[in-house]
Design a protein around this ligand. Structure first.
Ligand code: ADP
Length: 394
């Protein structure tokens, strides 16, 4: 079975083709068409035997997706059996779905909560429907967190806001948290259904999830991706009174506050240098604000580990993933430092050397793992499971 994975974003379309033999998958090719709407869009295609990187005018998402199909037909020919789509917000949907009219309506409904993602995700689905007559399956970033209990997903504001508008915590990055949880079970050679994990997805966007017996029971992102950890340009947790004060004192509009907290805060806002952890790390020896940004980033993550340790009661492993989690030993060392009393003991040598696997000491009660996330693969696996189960996922 050949499954195409499509991530249709606001200005780019990423694609990857997987071939499944039984449950084992192999990536046949992948690529991206970005800067949609410009004269110089990058068109990238990669397979074992063919590499393409060129620039061309791509005026719309439809052109971009047609271009991806054209390259696949030419350089990786064969039937496509299903398309798995990344969709950021699925509201309270519990699992991946074949997209019929009612699912389109749900994705549309949550455009209001994910305006930078859902409209483009849905556009990708509609375009693919026209191009290939196969099941189009939506895999939601929110679905893995649908197991959060009410005590974790409600905000302590008047209850009507939930029933009226759906204001609650949804959580994001679910596809990544799920993928690394499955992979952790493989590495630890234990069934996921018996594992308690704290998974830290530390990229430009960052979130942490408490996984109990394989299910998400709490996560740091909430109603939007703004809550929780400090991120590249997002503030993470903040006293809501700060927003009120800014509106009053700086006369900021809703739009301005939105940009302030989502695009000008986080590592970038604190350091004044960059949202990129690599630049923060190299600047922090001589730049006090870069050092502060680094300290704050790690301290916030450490506090969440403590909170989720308490929520889980027993933790089998802590997992680091995504750009920073996978590539910044210094950040992992700082986050795990001083947690020996919780049975969390990092092996400093392994931490520096190992690219994927266990980086804790033998004596550490809680294992510490680095795992490369692969959201495309997870979307392909979800899609495969839906196809094999006649429209129902796991
Ligand atoms: P996104 O959330 O955009 O998918 P990624 O998971 O790709 O982000 O992570 C991007 C971030 O990873 C970059 O902003 C950078 O700070 C960080 N990063 C990548 N490589 C390294 C590295 N070698 N050391 C430290 N940080 C890194």
């Amino acid at each position: 079975m050949r499954i195409l994975v499509l991530n249709s974003g606001s200005s780019s379309v990423k694609y990857a083709l997987f071939e499944f033999k039984n449950k084992k998958s192999k990536k046949i090719c992948n690529g991206i068409v970005d800067e949609i709407g410009s004269n110089k869009s990058n068109i990238i295609f990669n397979s074992k035997n063919k590499k393409i990187a060129k620039k061309a005018k791509i005026g719309s998402h439809e052109e971009a997706i047609k271009k991806a199909f054209e390259l696949i037909v030419k350089f990786a020919p064969g039937k496509i059996d299903a398309v798995g789509h990344r969709v950021v917000h699925g509201g309270e949907l519990k699992k991946s779905k074949i997209v019929e009219k009612s699912e389109e309506k749900i994705i549309e409904k949550y455009e209001e909560f994910a305006p930078l993602h859902n409209p483009y995700n849905l556009l990708g689905i509609k375009i693919c429907k026209k191009l290939v007559d196969v099941p189009q399956i939506a895999v939601f970033d929110t679905a893995f967190h649908s197991t959060l209990p009410p005590k974790a997903f409600f905000y302590a504001i008047p209850y009507e806001q939930y029933s009226k508008f759906g204001i609650r915590r949804y959580g994001f990055h679910g596809t990544s948290h799920k993928y690394v949880s499955k992979k952790a079970a493989e590495i630890l050679q234990r069934p996921l259904s018996k594992l308690n994990l704290i998974t830290l997805h530390l990229g430009n966007g960052a979130s942490v999830t408490a996984v109990k017996n394989g299910k998400s029971i709490d996560t740091s992102m909430g109603f939007s991706p703004l809550e929780g950890l400090i991120m590249g340009t997002r503030s993470g947790d903040l006293d809501p009174a700060v927003v009120l004060y800014l509106i009053e004192r700086e006369k900021m509009s809703v739009e301005e506050v939105n940009r302030y907290l989502n695009e000008k805060s986080g590592l970038f806002g604190v350091s004044g240098i960059s949202n990129d952890m690599r630049k923060i790390l190299s600047a922090k020896k001589t730049n006090k604000r870069a050092e502060l940004a680094f300290e704050m980033f790690c301290y916030r993550a450490k506090k969440y580990i403590g909170a989720y340790y308490a929520a889980l009661g027993r933790v089998d492993a802590i997992v680091f993933t995504a750009g920073i989690g996978e590539n910044a030993p210094e950040v992992r060392e700082k986050i795990c430092g001083g947690l020996g009393n919780l049975g969390i003991e990092l092996d400093k040598k392994k931490n520096k050397k190992i690219k994927e696997g266990v980086i804790s000491r033998r004596s550490s009660k809680v294992k510490i793992l680095v795992i490369k996330t692969d959201e495309e693969k997870e979307i392909a696996e979800e899609t495969y499971s839906i196809m094999k189960n006649g429209g129902n996922g796991e």
